[in-house]
Each structure stands twice: as structure tokens, then as C-alpha cells.
Write a protein that binds this ligand. Structure first.
Ligand SMILES: *Cc1c(COP(=O)(O)O)cnc(C)c1O
Length: 366
């Protein structure tokens, strides 16, 4: 049997190590995972109640159209229900956009490094993927990305804040980019960390939808809403675009649990506000210490910080792991001396910083 030629080179996704595995392998009892940008405070208690309330209905198929949640999200953002599409995480929305729009004749563009799923799904569809390096501050180089746009370009993926660098593009920068690309190009604004941003210049992308028909905004319940395990995220765009994405959607792609928990999570404004503020305080806590240690980092606008440890990132990752702290280092980023750490609770951050200081004294500077 022969798989499709264009998937032969694709790597199988390597997730961050699960806590249970690290505990077992290293014989540790206290392990902190700061590797996958999960919410250290869990999810809203209202979302938990919603899940429990459905336990007797496991045998019933979910509402494939996610009608209740669609209406709640539409109201929350002031858009029409036919502008919203749900996926099993925004990962699946990325997959569906690629499936609905990309062909082997198309080109598609992203920053590098950025969220890997744009490239992964584009290559499955056989499209040509063009990666444009971020600048020295870890920010999208929109000018260089624009220079790559041509008549074959179908989609430009913009991750804002960018995972893994954490940097942010302002509304002015986003608008100027959208104004410069031709109308046949779809601009996907992946805003998985939008709710964490506290900078006034962060774009109000959903209001831009009224003016620009060619943008799709991606949001997720996996990050600040704390529902990563339930797998639910969504895209907001022009009704015609959303209809095309809907045509390739699997009939029951989001579960009843995810829909009902998402609805409850969306309405718990207090939980979200608390998490946003704790995260901003956590960024201040961690970066103040990094300044003392003399370690550079990119401006952090999400719930994670990319740190230059000035030593082999893999060795620092391993040293932290030995001390029960799981962070992320990916050789594929092209940053051999950087690690990405999720902002945790105050105590988790303190333990991370203590462990980091010890590891720095053990690993030789590159
Ligand atoms: C985490 C993340 C997502 C998707 O998460 P889902 O769990 O699939 O919703 C999408 N984009 C970026 C940039 C992310 O970091």
C-alpha cells in the first residue's frame, strides 16, 4: 500500500511529555508542566458543572451544528450565527480551511517559527508552503511576507500573539497588511491567546470583519478558557467563507460536553478576567527575574515566554525536567538556545525560576 506522496515526509506530532510519564520515568512526585500553554487555574467551575450535567447523555449524538453555542458566541462577539464555524479545537478549523481552500496549485504563507499546523495541513493538501522568518525581535516580518504574495497565493496565516515567540502585531500593522494584499488572498488571524492580551494596540479583529471579507479569525476554548481536553475552537469569517468550511466539516465534530462547557466558560467573565490578570502578573514575575539573571526574552503577549537561556536549549530543557519542570524546546524553531515556558501560578513560576537558576549554573554557556 502506498500513502499519498506529499505526506511521506511529514513528522508525527511530538507533544510535550505528559506529567504522569515524567513522574514515572524520573521517580518524581511533584511535577509541573509549563509546556503546552494550558491554563494553570483549570477552567471555570461553571464549565465543570455543565460537563457533569451531561453524564447521562453520553449515548446521544451531539448537536452537529452546535446551535446553542453558535448563538452565544455570535451574541458575545456581535456577529451573525452564519459567520461562525466550530472545530475540535481551532486545530481542526485550520485543517478544514486547508481542506476547503488549498489545492496543489496554490501557495500559502506563514511566519517562521510559528504554529506548525498551518504548514502541516497545507502540505497534506499538496499546496506550496512559504515560510518567512520573523525579525530579530521574534515579530512577524509583514513586509517580507507581503513580498511573497503573488497570483497563486491563497492564504496567509498570521499568528497573533505568535506561538512560540509570544510577540504581538498591532491593529495598525494588521490593517495595513490586509489593505495591501489582493482580495483573492485569505488572511487567517489565529488569535488563540487573544483573551490574554493586555496591550491596547492589540487588534479588534472581529470588528475588522465588517470591512474586510477576506479575513478569518480563529479563537479557541483551549487556552484561557481552560478546556483543552474537550477539543473545541472556532473560526469567525464572512458567511460565504464559513459556508465553504462547513461543507468539509465532519457531521459531529464537536462533543456535547465541549459545547455546553464552552457556553458556560464563555459566560464566566470573572474567571477570564482573573486569569488574564494573574497571567500579566506572572509575566512581570518571571521577566523581572530573567532581567536579574541577564537572560534575554521576546516581548510576551500570550501566556508563555520565549527565553534565550544562552546555553543549549535542549540541555536546559533536560536539566529542568530532572527537577520536575516540563518546558518546551523544539530544535525545529531554529533557536538552539531558546526555551518556551508557559506562565504558571505564582508558586509554579517561583519553582520554575529556582530550578532555572540551578540549571544555568550546571550547563555551560554556548
Ligand atoms: C494552542 C493553539 C491553537 C489550537 O489549539 P486547539 O486546542 O486546537 O484549539 C491554535 N493556534 C495556536 C497558535 C495555538 O497556540
Amino acid at each position: 500500500m502506498q500513502p499519498k506522496q506529499n505526506i511521506l515526509h511529514l513528522p508525527v506530532y511530538q507533544p510535550g511529555k505528559p506529567i504522569s510519564e515524567v513522574k514515572r520515568e524520573l521517580g518524581l512526585t511533584d511535577v509541573i508542566k509549563l509546556a503546552s500553554n494550558e491554563n494553570p487555574f483549570g477552567c471555570s467551575p461553571k464549565a465543570k458543572e455543565a460537563i457533569v450535567s451531561l453524564l447521562d447523555q453520553v449515548s446521544i449524538y451531539p448537536d452537529g451544528g452546535a446551535v446553542d453555542l453558535t448563538h452565544a458566541v455570535a451574541e458575545h462577539y456581535g456577529v451573525k450565527p452564519n459567520q461562525i464555524i466550530f472545530g475540535a479545537g481551532s486545530d481542526e478549523v485550520i485543517l478544514m480551511i486547508a481542506r476547503a481552500f488549498l489545492t496543489p496549485n496554490d501557495e500559502t504563507i506563514s511566519a517562521f517559527p510559528t504554529f506548525p499546523q498551518y504548514k502541516h495541513n497545507a502540505e497534506i493538501e499538496g499546496a506550496t508552503f512559504i515560510e518567512v522568518p520573523v525579525d530579530e525581535n521574534g515579530k512577524h516580518d509583514l513586509k517580507a511576507m507581503l513580498a511573497k504574495v503573488n497570483e497563486r497565493t491563497k492564504i496567509v496565516w498570521i499568528c497573533n500573539p505568535n506561538n512560540p515567540t509570544g510577540t504581538m502585531l498591532s491593529e495598525r500593522e494588521i490593517v495595513s497588511f490586509i489593505e495591501s494584499v489582493p482580495n483573492h488572498v485569505m488572511v487567517v488571524l489565529d488569535e488563540a491567546y487573544a483573551e490574554y492580551t493586555v496591550n491596547e494596540e492589540y487588534p479588534d479583529s472581529i470588528s475588522l470583519l465588517n470591512k474586510y471579507k477576506n479575513i478569518v479569525v480563529l479563537r479557541t476554548f483551549s487556552k484561557i478558557y481552560g478546556l483543552a481536553s474537550l477539543r473545541i475552537g472556532f473560526g469567525i469569517g464572512h458567511p460565504d467563507v464559513v459556508r465553504s468550511i462547513n461543507q468539509v466539516r465532519e457531521p459531529f465534530n464537536t462533543t456535547s460536553f465541549a459545547q455546553k462547557a464552552g457556553l458556560a466558560a464563555l459566560q464566566d467573565h470573572e474567571f477570564i478576567r482573573t486569569c488574564r490578570e494573574a497571567n500579566a502578573a506572572g509575566i512581570r514575575q518571571v521577566t523581572a527575574e530573567l532581567d536579574k539573571l541577564g537572560l534575554p526574552y521576546f516581548e510576551a503577549h500570550g501566556n508563555f515566554i520565549m527565553i534565550d537561556v544562552k546555553r543549549p536549549g535542549q540541555a536546559v530543557f533536560q536539566g529542568l525536567l530532572q527537577r520536575g519542570i516540563i518546558v518546551r524546546h523544539d530544535p525545529g524553531w531554529g533557536y538552539p538556545t531558546k526555551i518556551r515556558v508557559t506562565v504558571g501560578s505564582e508558586e509554579q513560576n517561583r519553582k520554575f525560576l529556582e530550578a532555572l537558576e540551578q540549571v544555568l549554573s550546571e550547563v555551560a554557556v554556548s
